[in-house]
Design a protein. Structure first.
Ligand SMILES: Nc1ncnc2c1ncn2[C@@H]1O[C@H](COP(=O)(O)OP(=O)(O)OP(=O)(O)O)[C@@H](O)[C@H]1O
Length: 299
């Protein structure tokens, strides 16, 4: 488990991370989402022990991470501006990383490079941006560490590759202790990959929730009721997050389980009723609108 305890980091007057507290559980794909400048990279760099928090602490499996070699063996960190030495091939990179990660799974590396159609002996400088990202994910997975910290690694990967990476993560999580943490400024990039999402806003954690849990507790329903009076009653009875009217059609996003909401709508004898699927984007907007925050630029 990764525990971020009231961590702050300022650069001059800029509070990059401000009293952030967060738990990252084991064997889940954790998405750290936040707009540009929200503090994601700074938080990940603190998790990776590259920079020291001004206040607070970060523990990885109970070990403080800063200047702690034991803790650093537990994760592989992919920065948003990873450096590849000139003329290095993927095989050269692996030779380099094997010095740090004795458990490096070389057989899996060869399998995955073939599966992702990446040339092992081609200079990495001739790879596209997406190919470099794929290579780093492969190396990160093969390093065999319990945690994989990815900074903007998935942004811009094409849908086929995202699906491939998603399956790779799922199979690793099933077969061993593995927890990827993925930072992104785009919620859509995380929607189909993550099990849990933490929202970083102006350096602080605004919310951290399980996606299934969020989807279980918020629903959107459209219905046609007998009249305005009934609509008002229903709006009072539900924990409404958003209401829209389109002619006689009423569309409500509300907190509650599907059955709780459906029961209340049915009690009004609707002429028509339908439960609509909610996207993660809508859930986040609903969740954060209540808190009074503007996060729409994440989408
Ligand atoms: N080394 C640094 N020196 C000065 N300011 C910094 C430094 N690193 C980050 N900052 C500032 O801290 C804030 C948070 O930056 P950070 O890179 O952590 O955000 P981010 O959420 O990763 O953003 P992005 O999505 O744009 O990569 C920004 O205002 C940034 O300008």
């Amino acid at each position: 488990m990764i525990e971020v305890r009231e961590c702050s980091k300022a650069f001059g007057q800029t509070k990059a991370v401000n009293q952030a507290t967060l738990d990252i559980g084991d064997r889940e794909v954790f998405g750290l989402v936040g707009s540009n400048g929200a503090g994601k990279s700074t938080l990940l760099r603190m998790m990776a022990g590259i920079i020291r928090p001004d206040q607070g602490e970060i523990l990885i499996d109970d070990l403080p991470v800063y200047e702690n070699e034991e803790a650093k063996k537990l994760f592989f960190y992919i920065s948003d501006d990873s450096y590849f030495p000139p003329n290095y091939t993927a095989v050269d990179m692996v030779r380099f990383y094997r010095n740090f990660y004795p458990e490096f799974r070389i057989k899996l590396f060869h399998e995955l490079m073939d599966q992702f159609h990446l040339e092992k002996k081609q200079r990495i400088s001739s790879f596209s941006k997406g190919m470099k990202k794929q290579l780093l994910v492969i190396i990160g997975v093969c390093a065999g560490t319990k945690y994989l910290l990815c900074d903007e690694t998935f942004d811009g990967l094409d849908p086929v590759m995202r699906q491939a990476v998603k399956s790779l993560f799922a199979s690793e999580i099933m077969n061993r202790e593995f927890t990827p943490v993925i930072a992104s400024h785009n919620l859509r990039e995380l929607e189909d990959i993550c099990d849990h999402v933490g929202l970083l806003h102006k350096g602080g954690i605004l919310l951290s929730k399980d996606l299934e849990d969020m989807k279980f507790h918020i629903h959107k329903i459209q219905c046609v009721l007998g009249g305005r009076q009934q609509e008002k009653e229903l709006e009072k009875e539900l924990q409404v997050l958003k209401v829209q009217h389109q002619g006689s059609l009423l569309m409500i996003t509300a907190r509650g389980t599907r059955s709780e909401i459906v029961e209340k709508v049915q009690a009004k004898n609707p002429l028509f009723m339908e439960v609509l699927p909610l996207t993660l984007e809508e859930i986040f907007i609903s969740e954060t609108e209540v808190a009074g925050y503007e996060i729409k630029n994440l989408f």
